[in-house]
Design a protein around this ligand. Sequence first.
Ligand SMILES: [Zn+2]
Ligand SMILES: [Zn+2]
Length: 156
Amino acid sequence: MKLDTVELFQNAGYTVPVEGEIDFSDVDYYGDRPFRTARVTGKAENKGGIVTLRLDVSLDVETHCARCLKPLAFEQKAKVRETLVKRSEETDDASESYTVVDGRSLDLYDVVLSAVLLDIDMVFLCREDCKGLCPVCGADLNEGMCDCGKKDQEDR
Ligand SMILES: [Zn+2]
Ligand SMILES: [Zn+2]
């Protein structure tokens, strides 16, 4: 998914709507590939010579709970709020956050992926207080205590 930036940089007041989908199923995330399709909507806008990119991202994630291993599917939201500058206009001002556009268009893949990775959890849980699996028998402790746990209590 590419954003054509030629006219955008040339014309103050110019707005380009952005709408589409990006497939992130090849992305390796801590040894897993949990990402699916991201829906991207928003716009790029030239306001008085300053070009900004504002996108709302909704990414389908399919993974499993890190504790109980139950399959898990959810939508991860993210926002892109970037100022775009042409390669030739790049400055050394490190205090400004901007995306440098090389050539005539910007590939939104990296921009959207960085926004997602900024917001997404490192570990996915089915719920915050998931009790996980019994290390001895593998029973799902969310569904009640297994016999190993009961035995522990009887011994006490
Ligand atoms: Zn769980
Ligand atoms: Zn057990």
